[in-house]
Design a binder for this molecule. Sequence first.
Ligand code: NDP
Length: 496
Amino acid sequence: MTFSNGVAAALKKVTIRTEAFIGGEFTPARSGETLPCITPIDGSEIAQLSACDAADIDAAVQAARASFESGVWSKMPPRKRRQVMLAFADKIEAHSDELALLETLDMGKPIRNTRNADIPLVVQTIRYYAEAIDKIYDELGPSPHDAVSMIVREPLGVVGAVTPWNFPLLMASWKFAPALATGNSVIMKPAEQASLTMLRAAELAQEAGIPAGVLNVVPGDGAKAGKALALHMDVDALVFTGSTAVGKLIMGYGAQSNLKRVALECGGKSPQIIMEDCPDFDAAASAAAWAVFYDQGQVCTAGTRLLVQNSIKDEFLAKVAAVAKGLKPGDPLDENTRFGALVDETQMNTVLGYIEKGGAEGAKLVCGGERALSESGGFYVAPTIFDGVDNQMTIAQEEIFGPVISAIGFDDFDDAMRIANDTVYGLAAGIWTSNLNYAHKASRTIRAGNVWVNCWDGSDITTPFGGFKQSGFGRDRSLHALDKYTELKTIWMKLS
Ligand code: NDP
């Protein structure tokens, strides 16, 4: 099977920008170095991306700082800033088909996901924060009669964002939209595997009226460009989504440099608990499967630890396996495909390595477990389920970031709570039960930033998103996200 004709046709419908966007202009890496952009759909090269390093980051920081100090954005009247951001959202919406295609080409998730979810959610995110700009008030304190105390929010200045490849433009928008709305100038360092939509979005931002230097994008290797951004002495905050290992490095860079603020979203190993009194086994089985197989499991909230009460485990897992077996990996560019490619060959091999380890440590393979569609040249792994998993096994403790469910049995509610919390992560969790006491007790017992009851991944832009424990700290989405991008200033005026 070959998908190359589809890739070639899709490439004709998109605008590919590969150079850094600094100070309102596309510019190659100062070193002249480039990185190949490989589409995981068929393994072919679709572009050469500028491989930026510290020199390019420095230029971007200078451009961002100059734009910030000039006040061209930071001091723009709120209503006007709101209008420009709404125009930016409109531009993204007008180019949503193109951006969806570009995202799918770049990182291999099904076009139905990028078209129906990722890009519309980017539009929604920008609009949400744009609308907030002229609706949020500062505070007056309860001061004595001869004084006025004001508590005001001010932008931080220059914000750096290092973002991942799994929802490339959406995760980026969770950073740049609130950062821009609060008047900051921003430098984005997208993941090298999937930088194309962010580069194109920066161009659309400029067309919408975001001034030069306010939104910069510097692609390149994380260990060079990302590290330089996080270590830069003139960057006021670094916000990050990615692995816990890199999150720890970023915190260190902040401490080693200028004590810049850091916020981290670092993934998870989320438990999804099915009690024997689950109100709807079919709905729960479908949710359990999609909680891991959506976007091929490359989702930080994926419910990869499926905790099932032993009394119903065999029957329930059979239902989940039926969903998995019906999900055939397919061409991500085909509108009917629901299960696409992994982001690159490295990630595919990482996932296959975890599958091998699961078997070696004694877990029982129920389905999947192998590479699929290898004749296409792309990077596909079949939906995979392991039963008989012990929570201490590697596949129950480490984030696989692929389509692998680790099913773990438990005896009673307390047992489930113990296993659920036995992880270094704390991003998300879910419980399916008809018992209100269990629902409430689990919600308050599990140490995670998001808990779902009788559903999975219920959320929208109005609710905060982030983790406990080594899943990081700081919140994306909702008005709470604005805290990350503003300083709180107290002004006390003595009256005569
Ligand atoms: P990383 O954490 O390495 O990448 C996330 C971002 O950090 C990318 O932009 C990357 O750049 C950048 N980066 C890498 N090293 C540094 C560094 N030293 N300093 C500054 N920035 C850096 O994730 P990977 O892409 O390597 O994926 C590995 C694993 O991470 C996955 O298997 C998954 O478990 C987890 N992950 C979790 C995500 C989440 O949403 N929580 C998202 C992505 C991955 P570049 O890629 O260009 O090197």
